[in-house]
Design a protein around this ligand. Structure first.
Ligand SMILES: Cc1cc2nc3c(=O)[nH]c(=O)nc-3n(C[C@H](O)[C@H](O)[C@H](O)COP(=O)(O)OP(=O)(O)OC[C@H]3O[C@@H](n4cnc5c(N)ncnc54)[C@H](O)[C@@H]3O)c2cc1C
Length: 474
């Protein structure tokens, strides 16, 4: 009788899950990779999509395409609802998938530190959808400012606040200033885009906290040189549609972006095992879950301690290494060899600040400025999946380097009328100025409200508030 193949189920086609699947290519197992999105995203370049330098398809590749030549792998597009490690089943909507070994690599999501209501007014950057939404808000802010006659309102449209000065916040801030000073330079008639303020708020006393203090200082210098206003020891205490509060100080701003906190995927909880404070699964040295030797957890979802007591960082190279290590340990288990402990090989970290500056920490070698930027460029292009993507990204970068152009300046969705924009400025995101009819409200809602707002209150042009009605199709 033919032997039933050992079935490895991988949840997540990000860096950890995808590299685990690829590393199982020659192992005698069946692999099922489940992801709720059909594409693998190169997250380190998401900010380039959010700031209109790259198109989404240049940093994302269908998972099926990546794995199509791997005969032992199949791809399932589905949202995983939970995992039952006792019955060894993964729960999807309407069906379960059994596994012999599970690799859980569902990553992390935004954390608003208990203020989830900020998510509508201050989107974070984690997915292609987030990046396109941020791009939309940034470009619409200039359009609204161009039509706004009230100077205070115009200033608020031209104020961009980024909360959190980690690598993503720093990258966004630098790119937003460059859009203001170069890419949009000659495009408007009533406003001068260069007047746009970009504020970077950081709760601690330096930017890029995970870097050495001297590289943090270099990064801050580069940001300030671009015109970014860096505010350290400044915690956002409230955020709404009209701006950000730092204690009693209010900064009027129509565009606020969140780059401050991450939380583990809620799938971790469904395992019913001990988690750390960030909600990550505390794994053994071999990356398995204590008590469940058939469950590996890797990447941003795993809390893995190294012998020096430090946690493996939540970065792409760690997720890739853990993915490959989990695959190797599965092979060893099937061949009755002892599992090996995971050791993170830290190859260094890089963060870019604008088009020609970066900081790089390679342990003994620390770089900043243009040389660091070249290193950043080389590493990121090299790691992109697919020759096509590498080619297009190099071409786009070379073009925008020479011309300062941002070729992906598309505002997707219906372009809102000025009424909808001005309305969004003066009211909370759930309120819409219309002529009072539900049809007009739906038309305005489709363009002016964030996608996750399901109902809106009617506000007449004179300011009188009316009924709250559901928005069709939400
Ligand atoms: C904006 C940004 C910039 C970054 N820049 C860098 C950088 O410059 N350098 C660096 O090293 N690291 C960077 N990182 C961090 C790096 O991207 C992560 O550490 C890495 O992606 C973690 O890999 P992962 O496989 O654990 O999770 P992810 O890559 O996040 O993948 C998780 C996958 O699981 C899927 N998933 C989640 N929940 C479910 C579910 N319920 N059902 C089905 N599928 C699900 C998701 O769709 C996703 O495909 C950055 C991250 C972000 C957000």
């Amino acid at each position: 009788m033919a032997r039933k193949q050992h079935h490895v189920v991988i949840i997540g086609g990000g860096f950890g899950g995808l590299y685990a699947a690829k590393a199982l290519r020659k192992v005698d197992v069946d692999v099922t990779l489940i992801d709720r999105r059909n594409h693998h995203v190169f997250q380190p370049l998401l900010y380039q999509v959010a700031t209109a330098a790259l198109n989404p398809s240049e940093i994302a590749t269908p998972i099926r395409t990546i794995l199509r030549s791997q005969a032992n792998a199949r791809v399932v597009l589905a949202n995983v609802l939970g995992v039952d490690p006792r019955t060894k089943r993964v729960q999807l909507q309407g069906r379960d998938i059994p596994y012999d070994t599970l690799i859980l690599a569902a990553g992390a999501t935004h954390s608003y530190f208990g203020r989830d209501e900020w998510a509508t007014v201050a989107p974070g950057l984690k997915s292609i959808e987030d990046a396109v939404e941020i791009r939309r808000r940034v470009l619409l802010a200039y359009e609204a400012a161009e039509l706004e006659e009230d100077p205070a309102q115009r200033k608020a449209w031209l104020t961009f606040v980024i909360v959190g000065a980690g690598p993503t916040g720093v990258e966004l801030a630098g790119a937003l200033r460059e859009i203001a000073t170069h890419a949009l330079e000659d495009d408007f008639r009533s406003i001068d885009p260069a007047e746009a303020r970009v504020l970077l708020l950081e709760g601690t006393d330096r930017v890029l906290m995970s870097y050495t203090p001297d590289l943090s200082a270099e990064a801050e210098r580069a940001l300030t040189g671009l015109g970014v206003e860096v505010r350290k020891s400044a915690r956002a205490t409230n955020i709404d549609a009209k701006g950000v509060y730092i204690g009693k100080e209010h900064i009027p701003a129509r565009t606020v972006l969140w780059a401050a906190g991450v939380a583990a995927s809620p799938l971790a909880k469904t395992l019913g095992v001990p988690l750390d404070r960030a909600g990550r699964v505390i794994v053994d040295q071999d990356l398995t879950v204590p008590g469940y030797p058939d469950v590996f957890v890797i990447g941003d979802l795993a809390a893995c301690n190294q012998p020096d007591g430090k946690l493996v960082p939540g970065v792409a190279s760690a997720a890739v290494q853990e993915g490959r290590h989990a695959a190797e340990n599965i092979r060893r288990k099937l061949e009755n060899e002892p599992l090996l402990p995971f050791r993170y090989d830290d190859k260094g970290s890089l963060a870019t600040i604008g088009r020609a500056a970066a900081v790089a920490d390679f342990g003994t070698i620390k770089l900043h400025g243009f040389v660091a930027w070249l290193a950043w460029l080389f590493v990121h292009v090299f790691l992109l999946i697919g020759f096509r993507n590498r080619f297009f990204v190099i071409a786009q970068w070379a073009w925008s380097y020479v011309t300062y152009e941002r070729g992906a300046r598309l505002i997707t969705g219906e372009t809102p009328g000025f009424v909808a924009l001005a309305m969004a400025a003066q009211h909370s995101p759930e309120q819409l100025i219309t002529d009072g009819s539900p049809e007009a409200m739906n038309a305005a809602a489709a363009t002016a409200l964030p996608a996750n707002v399901g109902s809106a209150q009617l506000v007449s042009p004179s300011g009188a508030t009316g009924e709250t009605l559901p928005i069709q199709g939400k």
